[in-house]
Design a protein around this ligand. Structure first.
Ligand SMILES: [Zn+2]
Length: 349
């Protein structure tokens, strides 16, 4: 199956009332782990690459590995997404490579660190939307600023510094025509999200629900949504690691989000933890080993297990065969003739 539009994938998720995990990749084994999990659970998938990943793996390697996945698993719809594009040029280069979706994170300036003004965010996002939609490519925008830093991208600080304002979210969706909207509700990137199990004072699910009420048809995106499970932290620390105690976003909160318009959930840290724990275990228990396959295979299996679990928890499991993919060229026509709406439905306050 050719790579599919993320818009189609999310529209279908909205119809089915489920969420779709967006998993980050840097290498072949991570792609294999995701595809293994997608096959096992019969799930549509979003595979995403950050700027850091594109640099680490090189564009051509990464993109062709994903194409290989789409050839090997013709029954699984795959959207290939640029995570946290920092500028029009980054998004343009992803689109020209063949990505079917991009995130223009205009909440930060092009340095990927400094919060941008609302006007700057609207301007650059609108420019990406115009370029992308002409080519049938999906756009995710961000309003409000997430906490933490990952892969050199992020404003740092706590997730509570720039919580999304629901009125601004409405205005942003109207002015930009984005297909999906990332909002800041207190989550941050990386492993160290919360210093205690998050409650309503740090994870603002009420803000998410308020935004969904105003924008009932807009696909919301939760970033920094690894759950950072204790058992994965324990494996790392048991085999010589030194992670400080930390909490992620509980799966029940993500499921509450899914019941309130969240269609895309970004998960990276949990997979990193699973991989590192598995590698540490092999090297600790069998220090004589030196064949990378001896630890990469269990690492891949550990990641596949986490991904399959998330696919089941998010509800995308079982939905791979629900629909036939629409060619990107047809999606482009849909944007042009208005069959694919880019103006949000806005409910009164
Ligand atoms: Zn993110």
């Amino acid at each position: 199956m050719p790579l599919v539009s993320m818009r189609q994938l999310l529209d279908e998720a909205a119809k089915g009332g489920y969420g779709v995990g967006a998993f980050n990749v840097n290498d072949m084994e991570q792609i294999q782990a995701i595809m293994g999990a997608a096959k096992e659970t019969n799930s549509p998938v979003i595979i995403q690459a950050s700027r850091g990943a594109r640099q680490f793996a090189q564009d051509k390697y990464l993109f062709h590995l994903i194409l290989a996945a789409s050839e090997l698993y013709p029954e699984i719809p795959i959207a290939m997404h640029q995570d946290h594009g920092n500028s029009f040029e980054t998004c343009k280069s992803a689109i020209e490579l063949g990505y079917t979706s991009v995130m223009m994170d205009g909440s930060l300036k092009a340095d990927g660190k400094t919060p941008a003004s609302f006007e700057e965010n609207v301007e650059v996002t609108r420019k990406v939307v115009d370029f992308a939609h002409e080519r049938g490519v999906t756009v995710e925008g961000e309003i409000g600023v997430l906490g933490g830093v990952e892969d050199g991208h992020g404003a740092g600080g706590s997730g509570l510094d720039h919580i999304t304002d629901p009125d601004q979210a409405v205005e942003f969706a109207e002015l930009t025509g984005v297909d999906a909207l990332a909002i800041a509700i207190g989550t941050s990137h990386g492993a160290y999200k919360f210093t205690k199990k998050p409650d309503g004072s740090v994870l603002k699910m009420d803000v998410l629900i308020a935004i969904h009420k105003r924008l009932p048809n807009t696909h919301l995106v939760m970033h920094g949504s690894s759950s950072v499970p204790k058992d994965l932290q324990d494996i790392i620390n048991h085999y010589g690691g030194k992670l400080k105690e930390t909490w992620g976003v509980p799966v029940e909160e993500i499921q509450l989000g899914i019941r309130n318009g969240v269609r895309k959930i970004n998960v990276d840290t949990d997979n990193r933890l699973a991989i590192t724990g598995a590698i540490r275990k092999v090297l600790w228990e069998s220090p004589e080993k030196f064949d990378p396959r001896d630890y990469m295979k269990p690492a891949r299996e550990a990641m596949q297990k986490v991904v399959a679990q998330r696919m089941t928890q998010f509800g995308q499991a079982g939905h791979a065969g629900d629909y036939s993919p629409i060619a990107i060229t047809e999606i482009a026509k849909g944007y042009a003739d208005g069959t694919l709406t880019t103006q949000p439905l806005v409910a009164a306050k």
